[in-house]
Design a protein around this ligand. Structure first.
Ligand code: ADP
Ligand code: MG
Length: 582
């Protein structure tokens, strides 16, 4: 029998650190969260040696008194909650009171802090959990926490760390997420005396995104907005046509906390289903507010995952908001919004912004910045999202077909170039799905029924999918072992149905590429892929108009079912660039 003993504080804290402090980026996350909770406006993070050598977080927040500066390293010492009830309505990022205790147990820590309006600050040194020095020290109000030799007393954990670059990247990812969640706060990241980013406080989320990914990439983002049942969502999503495999930049902040939850993941995959290649994804940047009592943030030691009281509500609001964002209105017209940009309008991503901020510029509206000086033309506020007149416009001007493959149309200020095959694929895909889930389709009886010969596998498909194919508008009758008679095809789905085409559609039902899809999606994919108008086909004005009108009525007009873009836009900004007018 063993003898049970109570573990001493250092061991307890090291155990906690095992959960909370996995790697240098966890330290950065905890320290920056503390700075945010302390109402800081500017936060600077300095990192050396991938964070193992040194991490320093400097803020201009409320600071701490001498007493607090000592207590804050104790386990379960927090100023953020006091009673159990508070745990059910946490509005701060921290609340567990274990970050500083955990960090101090596995590193050397220097804390320099000064309360607002205090005349002198406090310096605390603590190493491997042991307090080494406490003294008065000068500092402007705010807090600096310096961490050296992370895991110096836990060689095993140290052995698990990756290269400096990898750790630095992880730190930069953590900060990126926090910077999206808090556009109003300025963030600077330096490493080995070089500045990696410098993000001044931004008036809106869009401005913050522009700072981070550049105005060119931010330009194509679609606005997402919803307000339902006490859940407010606003943000930006990349059009599905730009989806790429690779790193995921899907940041959704809930009450200022970058958070993950199964509902968020489901909503993303549902909303984008059928709009992207498997494995590809779009960038998403969203801020949401919900009643803090409706979320449980205390389900994960690093508070990464959260749980919603009414998961269904949040999922549905998100799906709705994404679908809305992907609909025609924002899809095609959105770009014209950017075209009011004139030379006297400056975006926070521009280099000039820092100077302006320093010169005390005023904010004209929530998206543009202006010089409050004479001699500069006043700035037009950006257009509100005006009602789309796409349909009208395409009716007034003739459409142009180029290379028997692309359809060109002026829309708003931009030139839109459609890929006729991709567009028609998207149309047929969605129309087929709608027919499968709703009213039975109009069938077009063939004057002369077609006779197709199918091989054994195709015949099996024709049998297996008979009911669904009928729902879509195909009437297929077996006529012998391998012969089938096609008596009707879906109305307005095929230009000139012939044996080859129908054989391809049926054969496509068994395409291994789609084997993971549901029956409905397999039918939709096969019809879209095999019966859409091809590149190289000449189209009449009516046909082009018909395709575009139907495309604009789809849920995800930006991309074909494989995720290729259906159209691209050439904006005046782009033209200016190419003609070297800027
Ligand atoms: P928690 O954030 O969960 O409360 P921490 O261990 O991270 O726990 O911090 C303990 C306490 O120390 C906080 O509740 C806060 O009062 C104080 N504190 C930590 N960092 C800062 C900071 N940068 N500015 C002001 N107070 C801070
Ligand atoms: Mg904390």
């Amino acid at each position: 029998m063993g003898t049970i003993t109570r573990l001493d504080d250092l061991v307890v804290n090291q155990i906690a650190a095992g959960e909370v402090i996995e790697r240098p980026s966890s330290v950065v996350k905890e320290l920056v969260e503390n700075s945010l909770d302390a109402a800081s406006v500017r936060i600077t993070v300095d990192v050396d040696g991938g964070g193992v050598q040194r991490i320093r977080v400097t803020d201009d927040g409320i600071g701490m008194s001498r007493d607090d500066a000592l207590v804050c390293f104790e386990r379960h010492a927090t100023s953020k909650i006091a009673r159990t009830e508070d745990l059910f309505a946490v509005s701060s990022l921290g609340f567990r009171g274990e970050a500083l205790a955990s960090i101090a147990a596995v590193a050397r820590v220097k804390l320099l802090t000064c309360e607002q309006h205090a005349t002198i600050g406090t310096l605390v040194l603590i190493s491997g959990g042991a307090m080494e020095r406490v003294e008065e020290a000068a500092r402007v109000p705010g807090t600096t926490v310096t961490i050296r030799n992370l895991f110096f007393n836990l060689p095993v954990r140290k052995g698990f760390l990756r290269s400096r670059q990898t750790e630095l990247r992880s730190i930069s990812d953590v900060l990126f997420r926090l910077a999206v969640a808090r556009p109003g706060v300025g963030f600077v990241l330096n490493t080995e005396k070089r500045t990696i980013w410098n993000l001044p406080p931004a008036p809106t989320l869009k401005d913050r995104i522009v700072q981070m990914i550049g105005s060119e990439r931010a330009e194509s983002l679609l606005p997402v907005r919803a307000s339902v049942d006490g859940v407010e969502i606003e943000g930006w999503v990349q059009p599905p046509g730009e989806a790429r495999p690779g790193k995921r930049q899907q940041i959704i902040a809930v009450n200022g906390r970058p958070a993950e939850s199964p509902e968020i993941r489901t909503a993303l995959s549902v909303a984008f289903q059928g709009g992207m290649m498997p494995g590809a994804h779009v960038h998403v940047y969203l801020l949401s507010t919900v009643d803090p009592r409706a979320v449980d943030v205390n389900v994960h030691p690093t508070k990464k995952e959260i749980r919603f009281k009414n998961p269904g509500v949040i999922r549905d609001v998100l799906i709705h908001a994404f679908r809305d964002a992907l609909s025609t209105r924002s899809a095609v017209m959105h770009n014209s919004l950017h075209e009011t940009r004139s030379h006297d309008t400056i975006h926070p991503g521009d280099r000039r912004v820092n100077e302006i901020l320093r010169a005390g510029a005023v904010r004209e509206d929530n998206q543009t910045w202006a010089f409050p000086r004479e001699g500069v033309k006043p700035i037009k506020p950006r257009h509100a999202l005006h009602h789309p007149r796409i349909e009208l416009e395409t009716r007034e001007v003739p459409l142009i077909q180029i290379a028997a493959t692309y359809i060109i149309a002026p829309m708003g200020d931009a030139i839109v170039i459609f890929d006729q095959h991709a567009c028609h694929e998207r149309v047929l895909y969605e129309e087929t799905l709608k027919r499968l889930s709703g009213v039975r389709a109009m069938a077009q009886q063939l004057l002369f029924p077609l006779n197709v010969e199918l091989n054994a596998q195709e015949a099996a498909m024709a049998d297996e999918f008979e009911r669904e194919m009928k729902q879509v508008g195909f009437e297929i009758r077996r006529f012998g072992e391998t012969s089938f008679i096609i008596e009707a095809v879906p109305a307005d789905m095929m230009n000139e149905p012939d044996e080859v085409l129908i054989k391809r559609v049926i054969s496509g039902l068994g395409d291994p590429e789609w084997s993971s899809l549901s029956k409905h999606h397999r039918i939709a994919s096969s019809i879209a892929c095999h019966s859409a108008i091809r590149a190289g086909e000449h189209l009449s004005q009516e046909q082009m108009r018909d395709i575009i009108d139907r495309l604009l009525a789809t849920d995800i007009p930006h991309a074909c079912p494989h995720g290729r873009p259906t159209f691209i836009q050439v904006t005046p900004t782009e033209l200016e660039r190419r003609f070297k007018r800027t």
